[in-house]
Design a binder for this molecule. Structure first.
Ligand SMILES: NC(=O)c1ccc[n+]([C@@H]2O[C@H](COP(=O)([O-])OP(=O)(O)OC[C@H]3O[C@@H](n4cnc5c(N)ncnc54)[C@H](OP(=O)(O)O)[C@@H]3O)[C@@H](O)[C@H]2O)c1
Length: 226
């Protein structure tokens, strides 16, 4: 349905879960997909990110999707400086540094699409999700700032917030009992699928989207209506 021939999409966190599906749908739509593994670029190490940037020309990137993230469980009494650093570096800072090296090329071509995988935790929170909540909220501010600076060059920046998808992240942080309780709270009665998140990404990055920018868009089966 979407034809991304001639476009280059750079996807972080494409080894597993939602990011993997996003990389697949872009490939299926004939985009040139760049998806560095953790070995090629460790987003938890700013030195590694800078090293990757120094050795790769990112000026040809048309679409940037930041799917990589960590959700390390801790609250105010047990959070560590390491968890905060890791969460900010992987969830936010690495993406900003990468985008910084992509926007000049996007401006020259008068086209760019930037998407962050956000979360329900940009809207609500839960115990032990301090770093995850704060970093996902940071992305909401980031897309507003990017919009003010970049929209005039047809570079649009948004957050997509899935509800609950059965990936490694969900399995690691929630028991089967918790997942079953959550499922009962979702008006559509089921968790989200990787495919439906990836389909929205394809739309948001296409030329069908000309005006949606600076937004946080939930794909949660109505969970946040509770
Ligand atoms: N699953 C959900 O229900 C859900 C809900 C709302 C939002 N989200 C968001 O959706 C996105 C994808 O989530 P997911 O569930 O697919 O996550 P996941 O299955 O845990 O996968 C995380 C991805 O991030 C990569 N990553 C983590 N740390 C990295 C590092 N230091 N350097 C490079 N890559 C790193 C992982 O690479 P490795 O394989 O090398 O570890 C993996 O590809 C995240 O932004 C998440 O916050 C997920």
């Amino acid at each position: 349905m979407f034809d991304y021939r001639g476009k280059t999409a750079f996807i972080t966190g494409a080894s597993r879960g939602i990011g993997k599906k996003i990389a697949e749908v872009f490939s299926d739509s004939h985009a040139n997909v760049i998806k560095p593994s953790r070995n090629e670029m460790d987003l938890g190490s700013i030195a590694s990110v800078q090293d990757y940037i120094s050795n790769h020309d990112l000026s040809n990137v048309d679409i940037f999707v930041h799917s990589a993230a960590v959700n390390k469980l801790a609250g105010i009494t047990n959070i560590s400086s390491e968890i905060l650093d890791d969460s900010f570096d992987i969830n936010v800072k690495s993406a900003i540094l990468l985008i910084q090296n992509m926007v000049e090329g996007m401006k020259i071509r008068n086209h760019g699409r930037i998407l962050f995988l956000s979360s329900l935790y940009a809207s609500v929170s839960r115990e032990q999700r301090l770093a995850y909540t704060v970093t996902k909220n940071a992305l909401t501010g980031l897309v507003k700032n990017l919009t003010l600076e970049l929209a005039k060059d047809n570079i649009l920046a948004n957050c997509i917030a899935p509800g609950y998808v059965m990936t490694d992240m969900t399995k690691k942080n929630l028991s089967e009992e918790e997942i079953s309780k959550i499922q009962q709270m979702i008006p559509t009665g089921r968790l989200q699928q990787e495919q439906e998140i990836a389909d929205l990404v394809l739309f948001m990055c296409s030329d069908m989207n000309q005006s949606i920018t600076g937004q946080l868009i939930s794909v949660d089966g109505g969970f946040l209506c509770n």
